[in-house]
Structures are given as C-alpha cells and as structure tokens.
Design a protein around this ligand. Structure first.
Ligand code: SF4
Length: 588
C-alpha cells in the first residue's frame, strides 16, 4: 500500500520506508526485497538507504521505541540519569530491546527541544520536559500498551518560547501580500530588491541569496526546483521549529517568491524527522494557501506561474542539513554529500537547477518582497543585514528564541536571557565556535561571530572537558562514513577526548587532537568533517587548565588496556593468579 500511495516513485524511498516501518515496526530483509521489487530498483540500493538513516530499524525492535535526546544541554539538564531510570523501569542495561519485545530504549542526537528539554522521542513523537515522574508515567503507559493518541496531551506540548521579537517574529502574515508585491515588481524587479537587501543565507554559510537565485534563473534545464531546508539538525538550534510552527505562511510564501524569481515550478520542504509533530499543521497551511490561490496553477491568477510545495520527511541524519546531502535524500538515496561543482543551482534535484534555502532565509525573502530591499538593508550591519534569530539554551534563566538586529554583542544577549555569569557560549552549534567570557563583547554577525542560530550557554562550575566530550561523541555518531579523514578522524578524536576525560590523557594526546583537527579540516569532503573537531580544539585553547587538570602525570598512557581486555578469558579459564595478568611496560 505504501508503494502505491507513493506511485512506486523511487525518489520517495525514504517516505515509503518510514510508512512501512510505522506499520511493521522494523524493516526486515524480506521487506527490503519486496520494496526493491516494487520500485524496480536493486535490493542493494534499498538496503543502502534503509541502513543509512538512524530512525530506520533493520533489526527487530520493541513495539515502542523510546529515544532520549542527548545533546550537551540535555546532559546538563540530567538526561542521562533519566535515561538510566527508564532502562531500569524495563530491566534493561543499555541501548537494547526488552526481552518481551515491548520496548526499545536508546539515545539520539539533539531533538531541537533545547529550551524545553530534556526531551524524548516515542515512536517519533516528541515528549518534552522530562522529569523522573514523567519517566515513570511514560513507562507505565508503555507497560499498559496505551496508544500514543491516548497519552496526556501535556506530554507533547511544545512551546514557541519567543522571548524577544523583532520584525520577523513580531510581524503578522497577511496571506498573499508579499507574493502580490513580488509579482507586481516582475521577476527582474524582485531580484533587484533581493540584491539591494544583501540578504545572506541564514543556514550558516552566509552565501548571498540573490546571487544563488540569479544563478538558478540563468541555469539551463528544468523544471526548476525550490527546496526549503528544514532539517534543523545543528545541536542547540530550534528557531526554525518556531518559524514552522507559527510562521509557516511566511516560509511557504518566501518559497513562492523564490520560485517567481527563478522560474521554478516545484517545491519541497525537507522536514527533519524529529519535527514529525509539525507535519500535519504544515500540510494544513499548504491546503489553505492552495485554496487562496497562493500555490498551484497560475499562482494569484498569473498566467505561466505554476508552483506547489510538497513536504518530505528526513529520518535522523545530521549530514542531510548539507544541501547536496539533502538533495540525495530527496531522491531517496543515502544522504551523502555530492562532489561540487556542479553546484545545485546548476545540477541539483534529479539534475535540475535547484535552490536550497534555509527556513529563516525564506522568511526574510518574504519580508523583502513586502517592504523592499533598501528597508531590509537599513537594519543590522553593512555586511550582515537584517535581523537574526537565536536559539538560546543551557545555563540561563530564560531559554528560548530571541530575534536581534545583526551586530548585537554576545554580552547583551546573555544579559537578556539571564546568563550574566556564563563562562562560555558555544555559538553556531557543535560545528560553531566556543566564545569565552573575555570575548563576550564580540558581535553576532558574519564578519565577527557567524551563526546559524544556536547559542548554548555554560555557567560557572561547568567542566569544558565534558562539553568537548559531548561534541566529539556527536560527530563520531553523525559522520556519514563516506571519506576516511572524517570517518576515522571523528572516532580518533572521540577516543582521545574520552581518554582525557577519564584521567588517562597525556600532553601527547592533546597535541594529537590538534593534529587531527588540522588534517580533518584540510582533507574532509564536506563541512561536517571539516569542522568536526573545532569545538574540541576551541575548548582546549580557551580552557586549557580544565584539560590539564585531568591529564595523567606520564608522557604516554595507552588508550587500550590489554590486561583488562583479557578478563573474560581469565574468567573462562578459571584463573586469576599473577601469571594470568599482563604487565604493560613502555619506554619513556
Ligand atoms: Fe561524510 Fe564526514 Fe566525509 Fe562529510 S566529511 S562526506 S560527513 S564522512
């Protein structure tokens, strides 16, 4: 049925597997074979996609699957103790399935709920504000086989938590206003406004949006495609969640403005799997816009301007935030970044010219269409025009989403969110920069501290070694494995940081971390590997005493304990005398 619902379209493989898994709980070898036959593709292709995404289970799992969000801010809020409590509820000792097949419990990357965590996913639905009581309540509901639809609504409550609104979060959506203005200006006139605005992409890279749109407009081939990147996977980021929940009309109208400028007829919103709760409300907004003539054939009665949007779900892969990996995923493949050039504006989705823009960028395009490029450029700094949304979490009194003109000092943001005593802030997520207190005068802007929107605050008493260890864990899990420097480098960095955190590290290990970071930055295929060790090295440079306090007082200490690894063999042999132990000796 899932195959027929998706017209046996190979590009919809991720959606098809999601739906089948919802019905059957896991993707068995026979299921994968049947899907391959149904789509007319090789079994290997289907298996490659099924095994790539974290949310797909290719081994049997429990009837209910519980995943604990495990970002560094979740750890700071005590998620690990809650995780152990949940495991104990079902007599589990780690990431595994209960013997009766009732439940699987495990960990997952940041779920985008940093302002109302710790959070869990239960069969893909997010439950926020976990406490010991809520863990017990969830365990009870699972034990009694209560359907998710009958769980207390309060468990699934996700608040916007907008703490500071400016033009974007404060302005209403007047359906059709921006799009009418864009159409009235003509394609070239609207692109001229985009150029005048100097809007730069809000996803992190800061590429000029007008340049991207013009390149797609000028590219040969079609039909052209507009993709909204709603894969907000950067740990600590959740501002797109708020835009999608409460400003979706602006997002979709921004996509239509882009389509008008570029000459595109097809649109996709790629929504991260963790935001499943937003899918139905987003579909309702799309239906409303179609009814108003803002999407579909002859948009707003404009002959020759046909454009519509389809929502596609991700399935738990951070790397899909990279635009070419996202396009691969949209085509139903594993989300591995492509070699560039050619860039997506020339050869993107199915080889067609494709614009990929972040959710916030498209909202900004909506603003520019409404009020003009000069108005937009009047806010912020010369190189960073407009306002920026920040997701603030961690050690602060008022976590949530804040909108500021670009150029705001980090100190001002921290004062507003009640974090005056912070010792450091990780700006830009796990791949961003760690700013220590003596640099809090620095400003949020592309020319100073750029960010896609995450600010994780660390207060007095936080050990930056633990923070570094959390980021190292994250990248070792999320490397897609395509290229060796990243696949191996992220694991080596994690092992070294864990060794330091456990009190076995040496100065040589710290040097090795730096050497690996430099190697990965130079030789990794995509941004994930290039930036994967930055947070660790930033922490090492700015909080060196925290690392040195944990070092072993020797020149070399192995990461591998050979004697301990032989414990099982000793037990089986029934020996534990001195001769059954290995003494490891190393030359200084
Ligand atoms: Fe994959 Fe990492 Fe290589 Fe990027 S750098 S392609 S995430 S292995």
């Amino acid at each position: 049925a899932a195959l027929d619902r998706h017209r046996r379209d190979r590009t919809r493989l991720v959606e098809i597997l999601r739906e089948i898994q919802d019905d059957l709980r896991w993707l068995s070898p026979d299921t994968l074979t049947a899907v391959a036959a149904g789509l007319g593709v090789s079994r290997a292709d289907v298996e490659a996609t099924a095994t790539f995404y974290a949310f797909f289970a290719t081994r049997p799992r429990g009837r209910t699957r519980i995943l604990f969000s495990d970002n560094v801010t979740d750890r700071m809020a005590g998620n690990r103790a809650l995780y152990r409590r949940m495991l104990a509820q079902f007599g589990l000792s780690g990431d595994e399935t209960s013997a009766d097949g009732r439940v699987s419990v495990g960990l997952t990357a940041c779920t985008g709920m940093g302002d109302q965590g710790p959070a869990i996913l239960v069969d893909g639905r997010v439950v926020t504000r976990m406490t010991a009581d809520r863990v017990d309540a969830v365990a009870d509901l699972v034990r009694r086989d209560v359907a998710l639809a009958d769980w207390p609504e309060e468990f699934f409550r996700v608040d916007d938590q907008v703490r500071r609104a400016d033009v974007l979060l404060g302005g209403p959506w007047v359906p059709g206003e921006s799009l009418s203005a864009a159409i009235a200006r003509g394609r070239d006139g609207m692109l001229a406004e985009m150029r005048a605005s100097n809007l730069r992409g809000r996803g992190g890279a800061g590429f000029t949006t007008a340049v991207k749109w013009m390149a797609a407009r000028d590219a040969a081939g079609g039909p052209k495609v507009i993709v909204c990147n709603a894969d907000e996977g950067e740990p600590g980021t959740f501002k797109d969640r708020v835009l999608l929940a409460s400003h979706a009309g602006k997002v979709f109208e921004g996509m239509a403005v882009a389509a008008w400028c570029v000459g595109a007829s097809e649109g996709f919103l790629y929504l991260r799997g963790e935001y499943l709760h937003l899918k139905a409300p987003l579909e309702a907004v799309l239906a409303d816009m179609r009814a108003r003539g803002l999407l579909g054939r002859s948009v707003l009665g404009t002959e020759g301007f046909d454009f519509d949007v389809e929502i596609r779900m991700g399935a738990g892969a951070y790397v899909c935030g990279e635009e070419t990996a996202l396009i691969e995923s949209l085509e139903g493949k594993p989300g591995r970044p492509r070699i560039r050039p050619p860039f997506p504006v020339v050869r993107g989705y199915l080889g067609r010219p494709t614009v990929v823009n972040n959710v916030e960028t498209l909202c900004k395009a909506h603003e520019i269409a409404k009020r003009g490029g000069a108005w937009f450029a009047g806010t912020g700094t010369r190189q960073s025009t407009g306002t920026k949304l920040l997701s603030i979490s961690g050690d602060c009194d008022r976590p949530g989403v804040y909108e500021y003109p670009f150029g705001v000092a980090i100190a001002e943001v921290l004062a507003d969110c009640g974090a005056e005593r912070a010792i450091a802030v990780q700006v830009g997520g796990a791949s961003g920069v760690l700013v220590a207190a003596d640099d809090f005068r620095r400003r949020i802007a592309f020319e100073d501290v750029p960010t896609a929107g995450a600010m994780m605050v660390f207060g007095p008493g936080r050990d930056l070694v633990d923070v570094a260890a959390a980021f190292a864990d994250f990248f070792a899990e999320e490397s897609c494995g395509f290229c060796t420097p990243c696949r191996v480098g992220t694991r080596l960095v994690k092992r070294l940081v864990d060794k330091v955190a456990a009190g076995h590290g040496t100065h040589g290990d710290l040097l090795e971390i730096r050497r690996l970071q430099s190697l990965m930055a130079r030789t990794s295929h995509c941004g994930l590997g290039q930036t994967a060790a930055n947070a660790v090295v930033d922490a090492l440079e700015r909080f060196r005493p925290a690392f040195e306090r944990r070092l072993a007082a020797v020149d070399f200490e192995p990461a591998f304990d050979l004697d301990a690894s032989l414990a099982t063999a000793r037990r089986l042999a029934g020996r534990d005398d001195a001769d059954a132990h290995l003494v490891q000796e190393f030359e200084p």
